[in-house]
Design a protein around this ligand. Sequence first.
Ligand code: G3I
Length: 382
Amino acid sequence: MRAASRVLGLACCALLAATPVGTLDSTARPRSCRPSVPESCTLRELASLAGIRFGSTAEQAEVADPQYASTLAREFSSLTPENAMKWYSVQPAPGHWSFAQSDAIVDFAQAHSMEVRGHTLVWAQDRYTPSWVTAISDTQALRTAVAVQIATVMTRYAGRVHRWDVVNEPLDTLGTGPSRNVFRTLGPDWIADAFRFAHAVDPAAQLWINEYGTDWVPGKHDAYLALVRDLVTRGVPIHGVGLQVHRLPGQVADGAALRAQIQDFADLGLEVAVTELDVPTLPSDPNALTEQATEYETIVRACLSVRACREVTTWGLTDRYTWLDSLGYLEVPTRPLLFDDDYRRKPAYDSVRAVLAEVASTAHCHRGHGIRCHRHRTGGGT
Ligand code: G3I
């Protein structure tokens, strides 16, 4: 239902927006961003001054929709293909490659000076791995399938995708043990092997791991930290740790605890990113959007308080197309994002803009390879 309504919605917008809906290129109009006047800036501009990337996701149909595309290019500096670069999308059958959708998204990002997160080379959950892969029983055949997948996708986008989620969700969704995944038959070192192979394919690429629920599932952060610390200790080429931070309706984030979790990974010498932030609301709660604004501020501030945290990506940009409304077990509409169904800025947008402006106003920028900005330590982070 959601997928159909999503495609229909996008087609409708494209038709209605036959006339240009404004410049797609975020640099096309003179910008006079002054952090002291947050309204004079976009999220993308303030994030850059604060020294982080601010990202969203897209599907091919979304980058083809003028309203979605103009909002995306104006407000965001990082782009994650929501589904188009997943194994089941790019190689649905052995040797049958389908890159049209992921190419369109990478092309859009490049045209608008956005960095791309390559999501994801290996998703360690059988339910999201093509059945032709989970059916492989021969260890060597499986090892070859993984190598072909990683090499083909990384080679196609070498130099255009700089950061890869090499392994997504290696832990059990709501637990602390390894997830149910066919790749475990490759032995206990399969994750390290995937990273080593990815590094051999493209030594210039930044290699990341990505996990769900570490911000709230009891014990999951510690399990994730132990897994990552082991990789780092053994010299496995890993550069960054993604914390998805999909929140639940009514949850109240503990900013200090999240900052400490981010710091744990920074202490390993790794970069950190909030990679899939969304904050679903309860339709029955009259204060939902105000509470949501506070939740977004708390989480963005936690990232900004640790210098190694280099990105916040929201899992989508408009409530209209959120994945959460098709889950089937949340009260809908969940309204989890920064823009409403009609691309109007919500209180959460304003709170994110305000915290970015606060940090940007005390950052210092210098010319180096381009202009790089660094924020001062805030909130005790390093
Ligand atoms: O495109 C087909 C459509 O042709 C078909 O009619 C329809 C039938 O159900 O399916 C459509 O594909 C769906 C796809 O989203 C595009 O809408 C898949 O069924 C559906 O499973 C898929 O869900 C995605 C999910 O990952 C599984 O890949 C969500 O959009 C996406 O937001 C979600 O994102 C994940 C991250 O990748 C990893 N972290 C968790 C996050 C949420 O689960």
